[in-house]
Each structure stands twice: as structure tokens, then as C-alpha cells.
Design a protein around this ligand. Structure first.
Ligand SMILES: Cc1cc2nc3c(=O)[nH]c(=O)nc-3n(C[C@H](O)[C@H](O)[C@H](O)COP(=O)(O)O)c2cc1C
Length: 189
């Protein structure tokens, strides 16, 4: 039996328009050109007011609980945060603090971030990758970082960023075997 890959994309952008959201959309568009996927998009800026002041998971509103459940059941995660003060945002971390520590074991995760300049591009390797390593997730080999100049008019505007997105997706394809969905992907070795 075949089914589409259930992709959950988390954009950590806290404002609209959002370059981080534009980057996430660019990534899932590239995926959709190569894979049969269903995409569930979570914009943290839209729900941050519902969980920002909450510390105990039981106190979360149902809307946020549903988004956490979506993350915990995804076949593939795309996660992206703007860089705030040289790291992912506090609200990005706070959202993932609610994710069960064993829910993402072996789940492929494509890491992405946006920043004001290229200076903080290693936020992917130094901040995002360790967080998802804690979850024992399968962080995909290529992360995608976009600076403001790559995302003019809140879209993927630079050919170099588009190439990086496409390469990250291509390199991910052979690794998408989590939860036995690879059989439906037509993945070329
Ligand atoms: C509070 C705040 C802190 C920021 N800190 C950094 C930073 O340390 N390094 C950086 O490269 N960009 C920094 N930026 C710029 C944002 O990362 C950048 O504009 C990003 O693309 C914004 O994403 P968004 O449009 O999804 O909000 C900061 C922006 C804000 C609002």
C-alpha cells in the first residue's frame, strides 16, 4: 500500500510577512516537485500567544496540542527559525520543549534558518542540529540558511539559495525511509 509522505513544516517566524516562512515554502515546494507529499504547515507566530506563557503541557490549549501531535506523528519534519541573538528564537525552543523526548527518534528533519546576514549561518550546525540530536532525530545532511539578501520581497530570490534548497532535498531522498513510507516514493538510488 502506498501513501503520501506526511511532511510537517514548522516556521519559527514570529511576524508576517516572514522570510522564514518564505524559506519553508521554498523547501516544501522543492520537495513536492520530487515526492508525493502532504504538507501541514505550522507558523509559530500564529500560535505563540497560545503557548508562550505556558510551562506545563497539560495547560496547553487544544489548538497547540494538535500541532504538537502533528509534529510527533510526522514522517518528515522541516524546521526553520529566524536567528535571534545568534540562536533560534526562544519561542521556537519553547515549542519544541513540549515535544515528547522520544517522539522524533529516527525521524528525518531538514534544518533551516534565516538571518540578517551570512554571519550566523552556522546556527544550523551549532544550535539546531544539537537540539534535534537530543531528540535522536535523523537530521538531514544539508541544512539551508537564507540571509535577508537571499529572500528579497519575502520569497526565495537568489539562485544560490534555490540551488541549496534543491540540493538539500535531493540529498534527503535516500534517507526518507522512516515509518516505511519510502516504498511509495519512487526514490532513485
Ligand atoms: C530580535 C531580533 C534579533 C535578531 N538577531 C539576529 C542575529 O543575531 N543574527 C542575524 O543574522 N540576524 C538577526 N536578526 C535578523 C533576523 O534573523 C532576520 O531578519 C530573519 O530573516 C527574520 O525572519 P522573519 O522574517 O521570518 O521574521 C534578528 C532579528 C530580530 C527581530
Amino acid at each position: 500500500m502506498t501513501r503520501k509522505l506526511q511532511v510537517v513544516a514548522v516556521s519559527g517566524g514570529l511576524q508576517r510577512p516572514s522570510r522564514t516562512l518564505a524559506l519553508v515554502e521554498g523547501i516544501v515546494t522543492s520537495m513536492a516537485q520530487r515526492l508525493p507529499i502532504d504538507v501541514h504547515l505550522i507558523e509559530l507566530g500564529e500560535i505563540a500567544h497560545l503557548y508562550g506563557g505556558i510551562t506545563h503541557p497539560a495547560a496547553l490549549p487544544d489548538e497547540v496540542k494538535a500541532e504538537i501531535a502533528a509534529v510527533e506523528s510526522a514522517d518528515l519534519l522541516v524546521v526553520a527559525s529566524p536567528v535571534y541573538r545568534a540562536s533560534f528564537t526562544g519561542l521556537f525552543k519553547h515549542f519544541f520543549d513540549f515535544i515528547h523526548y522520544e517522539a522524533l527518534i529516527d525521524v528525518p528533519v531538514l534544518l533551516a534558518a534565516t538571518g540578517g546576514s551570512d554571519r550566523h549561518a552556522l546556527v544550523i550546525e551549532h544550535q539546531l542540529r544539537p537540539l534535534f540530536s537530543f531528540f535522536q532525530a535523523l537530521t538531514l545532511p544539508i541544512g539551508v540558511y537564507g540571509a535577508e539578501t537571499d529572500l528579497q520581497s519575502y520569497r526565495v530570490s537568489s539562485p544560490a539559495l534555490q540551488e541549496r534548497i534543491d540540493l538539500a532535498v535531493e540529498r534527503a531522498l535516500p534517507l526518507l525511509s522512516h515509518r516505511n513510507v519510502a516504498i511509495s516514493l519512487g526514490v532513485q538510488a
